[in-house]
Design a protein around this ligand. Structure first.
Ligand code: ADP
Ligand code: MG
Length: 561
């Protein structure tokens, strides 16, 4: 076959592959179009995971009759004119190819009416072939229906996952946009059932409650506004004890656009370092605003990736914002108290929502440090009871001591001369080949923690001193803790390495549950904890205490409504 230019139909179908990967990519493009059209109501309806129908209806600006045919042509857009515009994009769309791409791999019906026109316009396109343009009675706004996705590209159709999986992708996508745009009303209907509905009243907590449930929403901490920077971060980060086993609930928006950026995602997870256990991930919703001219969205047709002029700067601003929020307000885990008798309405306790509302303490109550606490006693040789100006605190003695030791150890790391406990008699520890390698490759870190270790034969080490904070551990145990079942990839960064090793050591050295403490020891532990800058979580992210406020007590005892 001689070289020849491909027909529009074929080249469009090829180009469409990059924009339309799966049903959720269509939903994304259509939602972004509705947002660009300043719609305040966006309704997404799908059937069979979007395979047989996707419909997005909005009450936005609509498309004038004479422009409708152009809207479905490739590289036709109302959002961009010159190269200079491309450098400072403020809209979500700009490539002018979404509608054309979608129409080339499905049967699409576009029905639209701008406020200035009396009658609407309807246009049908099938597999890229544009049909008749006709008048249509329709309300102000735009409805795009996409039927029989990939009916003309069977190879692509085969790559679609099950209806359930595709539905899941769409559902998460709509949910994210609904959370990021609380001032717009979103509705998501799948196979005739309403799956998500937001009010559009602008209250982000209300949307978070809709998505995650009231209990989680109340534990989302707002990121304080920092107005001085050119790059700003706003949104919510979850309290550490509401966490997930994957990164999926870290939602990032940059200039109003949902993006998936591994780098920025890890800026968030790193900010949670020591607040969360290894393998647990936070819930976060971040809206990052950067000057449009300092980033490039035009990396990929799907616009899910962006390049920043200065990625390191964005990374550190995000990390600092999240970290500062956590340090400032990490709430104490709310205590859930079952009332034994509540005014003759015992059954009510079992009605989920009622119970949740009653047992939650507002996260905003918590401040950075702890108030001065008075030790009352020990329960089950495991928990300390203390009284503060605002109620009762139940403290997990092991977790609390872990925190105290960890702070001491990390303070040592930061000081120039780590305080260590020299041993009268250096101890020799024999290790396996693999363990010896681990020690070898972490000698620097161990030294900065306060260990003095020297090689003593092929797989033997002589421990001459251990960190003072954990001097109750035998040198052998201290060293074994370091090498026991740890995987090297557990520690991506040098700075994290120290903290993670320290956390492991402190876990071993800390007072155990079941250990009886004298009142003096209790007093010491509580006052040490008061000194901590993160007294509410252990270095692994578990809570060190629960708080029962005076108000909660009064409610439980029926002294207050
Ligand atoms: P882009 O969004 O990149 O401009 P699209 O192919 O998605 O390209 O849309 C083409 C044009 O059609 C848009 O520039 C806009 O003028 C118009 N359009 C698409 N969807 C809508 C909508 N929901 N409301 C109003 N206008 C729309
Ligand atoms: Mg678009």
């Amino acid at each position: 076959m001689p070289i020849h230019a491909l027909s529009d139909e074929v080249s469009s179908a090829i180009a469409a592959g990059e924009v339309v990967e799966r049903p959720s990519s269509i939903v994304k493009e259509l939602i972004e179009n509705s947002l660009d059209a300043a719609a305040t109501t966006i309704q997404v309806q799908i059937k069979d995971g979007g395979k047989s129908l996707i419909e997005v209806a909005d009450n936005g600006s609509g498309i004038p009759h004479r422009e409708v045919a152009l809207a479905v042509e490739r590289y036709s857009t109302s959002k961009l004119d010159t190269i200079d515009d491309l450098r400072a994009i403020r809209t979500l769309g700009f490539r002018g190819e979404a509608l054309a791409s979608i129409a080339s791999v499905s049967r699409m019906v576009l029905t639209t009416r701008p406020v200035a026109e009396q009658v609407g316009t309807r246009l049908q396109v099938a597999g890229g072939r544009v049909g008749e343009i006709e008048a249509a009675g329709t309300s102000e706004g735009t409805i795009v229906q996409v039927k029989d996705l990939f009916y003309n590209v069977p190879a692509r159709k085969r790559f679609l996952k099950s209806d359930t999986t595709e539905r899941g992708w769409i559902s998460r996508l709509v949910t994210r946009y609904a959370m990021a745009y609380p001032e717009r009303r979103f509705e998501f209907i799948s196979d005739g059932r309403i799956k998500l509905q937001t009010s559009g009243n602008g209250d982000p907590i209300e949307v978070l409650a809709e998505v995650y449930g009231l209990e989680v929403a109340q534990q989302m901490i707002p990121i304080p506004k920092a107005s001085s920077e050119r790059i700003t971060v706003s949104g919510f980060v979850g309290a550490p004890f509401v966490n997930r086993s994957n990164r999926r609930e870290i939602t990032l928006f940059v200039n109003g656009r949902w993006i998936q950026d591994l780098g920025l995602g890890s800026a968030v997870t790193q900010a949670y370092h020591t607040f969360l256990m290894v393998g647990r991930y936070p819930i976060a919703l971040l809206a990052i605003e950067v000057p449009p001219e300092t980033m490039d969205v035009n990396v990929h047709p799907a616009k899910a990736e962006i390049r920043f002029e200065n990625p390191g700067l964005v990374f550190s601003i995000v990390q600092r914002a999240v970290r500062a929020t956590l340090l400032g307000q990490s709430p104490i885990q709310p205590v859930s108290v079952e009332p034994i008798w509540s005014g003759g309405r015992l059954a009510q306790t079992f009605e989920g929502s009622d119970r949740v509302e009653r047992t939650l303490e507002p996260a905003a109550q918590s401040t950075m440090g702890l108030p001065v606490l008075r030790p009352v006693g020990q329960v089950g040789a495991t928990y300390l009871v203390a009284e503060g100006p605002d109620g009762v605190y139940l403290i997990d003695q092991h977790a609390a001591h872990e925190r105290v030791l960890f702070d001491k150890l990390m303070a040592q790391v930061e000081s120039e001369f780590p305080e260590s406990q020299g041993l009268l008699q250096a101890e020799t520890v024999e290790l396996t080949e693999g363990e010896a390698e681990l020690v070898e490759s972490n000698l620097g870190v161990l030294e900065s923690l306060g260990f003095a270790i020297e090689s003593f034969g092929a797989r033997a080490y002589r421990v001459r001193s251990v960190p003072a904070a954990v001097s109750n551990l035998s040198p052998e145990r201290a060293l074994r803790v370091v090498v026991e079942d740890f995987e090297e990839d557990e520690m991506p960064l040098a700075a994290e390495k120290e903290a993670r090793l320290a956390a492991r050591i402190c876990k071993r050295a800390a007072i155990k549950a079941g250990q009886v403490l004298s009142l003096e020891e209790q007093r010491q532990l509580i006052s040490d904890l008061e000194q901590s800058s993160s007294p509410r979580t252990c270095p692994h992210g578990r809570p060190t205490m629960v708080h029962l406020s005076v108000a909660a007590l009064e409610r439980q005892f029926g002294r207050r409504g």
